[in-house]
Ligand binder design. Structure first.
Ligand SMILES: [Zn+2]
Length: 353
């Protein structure tokens, strides 16, 4: 029963243990307000608070019977939805049309995104900027982020850092609460609570409404262990599961993003993209055996349409480009006709500022 959200303004002492409460008050008390605002800018602060709050076990609740019953009802519902034995991955936007997208990449060589695989490849300890959106953009929501194994056979195994990266003498663990150390994912948002349930780790970040003029809330993450680390993820593919939750921790929407933490993001991206083509015999067969003129699948409309649109807002403009790119990338993958689609996809990339 961890109904603690770490953010409520009146009940921390009831919900949190005394120790955690002191830590939380101390931390929040010393957070400069400009820092809170600064994380909503496109260029996010690279640093993150190393003394972030941590909630682990159930704590005794209020004495009043009525409130306790009400609380228990909420918790029952919460645990039904969040049984950590096998994390749920199904995406759904929900009533709030919960969406996640990538932030600006600039010229970063530290992470890259594969349109084909819909997957992020990133160096350890580098910042991944993401944008979260929900409609209407009201206050009071929480974002839960959990890293899970992609393959069903490992779905019930908790994702933790390897022994090497968890070692207390590792520089990444300096001044970090020992209970945060095992988390692969850290959020740069200072109002982040680190949770553990039956060994499954997740982090909960408060989502305030977007700043005026913005339609999304930026949140940045860092990864403190590599997928290749033996004794940790041990070469098993992973993904992030994001859930939009209300103050009672009911899940309102869910999104997923496959992520590989590695030493050479670009190289690994290429390699995995090549593998997916190799492991789909149908695609390979068509590529190799069917003459160019007859390559097209009967179901694949290859007529090229030219669209000229006036779109209001840079975000919307980019979203239209991205959608056009994604649907062609998806069709190229399904049909194996990469060569046919590539020039049109490249053209979109050229038009993307
Ligand atoms: Zn590691």
């Amino acid at each position: 029963m961890t109904t603690t959200n770490g953010f409520s303004d009146s009940q921390e002492s009831d919900i949190l243990g005394e120790e955690e409460y002191k830590v939380l008050v101390k931390d929040i008390g010393f957070v400069p307000s400009f820092w809170i605002q600064s994380i909503t800018e496109d260029k996010m602060e690279e640093k993150y608070d190393l003394t972030q709050q941590y909630i682990e076990e159930e704590k005794p609740m209020k004495d009043e019977e009525e409130e306790q019953e009400e609380q228990e009802e909420q918790e029952d519902e919460y645990f039904q939805e969040l049984d950590p034995a096998i994390p749920v991955k199904e995406e759904f936007p929900g009533h709030y049309n919960f969406q996640v997208s990538l932030g600006n990449q600039d010229s970063s060589k530290h992470w890259t995104y594969s349109q084909i695989l819909k997957k992020v490849f990133i160096n350890m300890e580098e910042t991944l900027p993401l944008r979260f959106k929900w409609e209407p953009p009201e206050d009071g929501f929480l974002l839960r982020t959990a890293m899970v194994f992609s393959l069903d056979q490992y779905a019930s195994d908790p994702v933790k850092r390897c022994h090497n990266h968890m070692a207390t003498n590792n520089p990444s663990n300096r001044d970090v609460d020992p209970r945060i150390i095992k988390h692969v994912v850290r959020c740069t948002h200072h109002l982040t609570v680190y949770e553990e349930r039956n060994e499954h780790l997740s982090i909960v970040t408060r989502l305030n409404r977007p700043q005026p003029g913005s339609q999304y809330v930026p949140v940045c993450f860092k990864f403190l262990c590599k997928n290749s680390c033996p004794s940790g993820m041990n070469r098993r593919p992973t993904e992030l599961i994001f859930t939009l939750e209300d103050r009672n921790r009911r899940i309102l929407g869910r999104r997923r993003l496959p992520v590989r933490v590695c030493s050479c993001p670009k190289r690994d991206k290429k390699k995995e993209e090549a593998e997916i083509v190799d492991t789909q015999p149908e695609i390979k067969k068509r590529k190799l055996c069917i003459p160019v003129a007859k390559k097209m699948m009967p179901s694949c409309d290859t007529h090229v349409f030219n669209v000229q649109l006036n779109i209001v807002g840079k975000e919307n403009y980019l979203a239209v480009l991205k959608y056009a790119y994604d649907i062609m990338a998806g069709q190229a993958t399904r049909t194996g006709q990469f060569e046919f689609f590539k020039p049109y996809m490249d053209d979109i990339l050229r038009k993307t500022p």
